[in-house]
Design a protein around this ligand. Sequence first.
Ligand SMILES: Nc1ncnc2c1ncn2[C@@H]1O[C@H](COP(=O)(O)OP(=O)(O)OP(=O)(O)O)[C@@H](O)[C@H]1O
Ligand SMILES: [Mg+2]
Length: 177
Amino acid sequence: MTGATIWLTGLPSAGKTTLARAAADRLRDAGHRVEVLDGDEIREFLSAGLGFDRKDRDTNVQRIGFVAELLASQGVKVLVPVIAPYADSREAVRKRHQREGTGYVEVHIATPVEVCSERDVKGLYAKQAAGEISGLTGVDDPYEEPESPDLRIEAHQQSVEESAAALHALLGERGLA
Ligand SMILES: Nc1ncnc2c1ncn2[C@@H]1O[C@H](COP(=O)(O)OP(=O)(O)OP(=O)(O)O)[C@@H](O)[C@H]1O
Ligand SMILES: [Mg+2]
């Protein structure tokens, strides 16, 4: 089957990991080979030692983009729930896929910061507010919203299953599911 990278970009606690796992389950059930490259896991080994300044965030995204493309080129559906705050970093990953003739789909998980900071799955928004950390994406660090993603999901207005179905439908339209 045709592989592709499906990048889920959005703020911390937007629902990227949650949706990636739900979408992965659907794809597996439909017989696809699937991998999930989650930002947190990647930072534990592949990107261990990298920080959160602009340069290191870009390096992290390019490394993930490299691995994702390799897997996708071998027929795997690769879900990438990674913040990827900078538009030029995301564009470089898209271009790498285009150069290699590998499918690439950008999904913006567009949960607004007010909702994300209430969910605050990892307590980062609270820590930032308390002055314990700085450089939190969308609060005191940039998040450049995708201007024309392949799909924008208002993840705060619909259930996880509805979001996963919308993504699955798009992949179907593209001949990827
Ligand atoms: N409709 C929804 N879609 C996605 N997540 C939802 C939705 N409603 C509630 N949630 C909850 O919001 C939280 C989103 O957390 P998740 O870890 O998926 O975010 P994330 O974008 O991966 O964040 P991070 O960048 O910090 O890894 C989960 O606890 C999830 O259950
Ligand atoms: Mg996550």
